[in-house]
Design a binder for this molecule. Sequence first.
Ligand code: ADP
Length: 391
Amino acid sequence: MAISEEDVLNALKTVQDPDLHQDLVTLGLIKEIKIAGGKVSVTVELTTPACPLKGKIKQDVENAVRSVAGVSDVDVQMTANVRPAFVAERKGIQGIKNVIAIASGKGGVGKSTVSVNLAVVLAKSGASVGLMDADIYGPNIPLMMGLAGKPHAEGNRIIPPQNYGVKVMSMGFMIPEDQAVIWRGPMLHGAIQQFLSDVAWDDLDYLLVDLPPGTGDVQLSLSQAVPLTGSVMVTTPQAVSLQDVRKGIAMFEKVRVPILGLIENMSYFNCTHCGGRTEIFSHGGGRRAAESLGIKFLGEIPIDTKVREGGDSGKPIVVTDPSSEAAVSFSKIAEFLAAEVSINHFSNQDFVKFTAEDAPGKPGVSGAVPARGYRPRAGGGEATLSRPLTL
Ligand code: ADP
């Protein structure tokens, strides 16, 4: 008896996406079924190329199809199409499917390092990735990404420099290294908005935004300027850092940005001489805090001098030493994060529009703020800062 498409679909209905808790057919993840005699080819379209369970899903599909009477050969192709964030009442930036803020309660916990390594891992998985350095007070993403010089402009759009498959935009490209810029609320808001709208990001699955530490104007400006898929909090295990992260989480909740998860950086140290493990800042506080706050714990990253060297040399550890413990941690965290974004899409939550009223007394976020800051020169050439306030 000839195999019918219905037989195959019925078999595929038994395969669940472990993250989304529904079967692949109901989720619309089966893109194509081809039947040629006893050979069945199935194309599965995952919600992210960085799916942590890609191998398991592929195996489950193969087993299910093989169980259909008459099937002698199975070929499973895995593709991916990242879904855009579902944010009610908010219009996103065309072509950018997900904007993810990377935040921390305090500086020096490795937020930029985490942003860089996660961005590179996601790009390596096949996703289209951008990294926006909104840490305008200490923009060190260009250095960490091995990029220098001013970006070029084409017409009114700034072309983001690229490395390791990641498009990057940073205030660090726009200001001379020895100059400091004083940011007033409106100007800052304008710069954030221009980073989102005037940069030729062009079709991104994920735009990671490295925020300055704390709960200031940039965080609020960003939540106002664009519907965020969610935020990721980075902390170190010490109590003081965790206390700060709690404040950060409270702020994102106040502006109704979902928290995608918490990452514990500098979790422990594996001694290269004796092989022993030392928990310099204690360990496990991130997981406990995530549990008590009811948010996802995305994983922990050890202290490794190669992580710092990677940052200083502009060669992230996930590129130079992908099998190291730290790089494997970054990869797993990136996969969990991508899975969280997919879950967020399918859970169809009604994130309510952020309004300026939600941020009483916050300068620079309320009302219509004129876009200022840098402007690319029309007609091409180098992008420049039009109104720098230098010390
Ligand atoms: P933040 O963005 O939170 O201010 P950075 O990413 O700039 O922090 O990191 C601060 C310093 O710590 C940098 O020198 C960085 O290379 C280093 N660092 C970050 N994470 C690790 C790690 N897991 N192991 C070793 N050094 C790290």
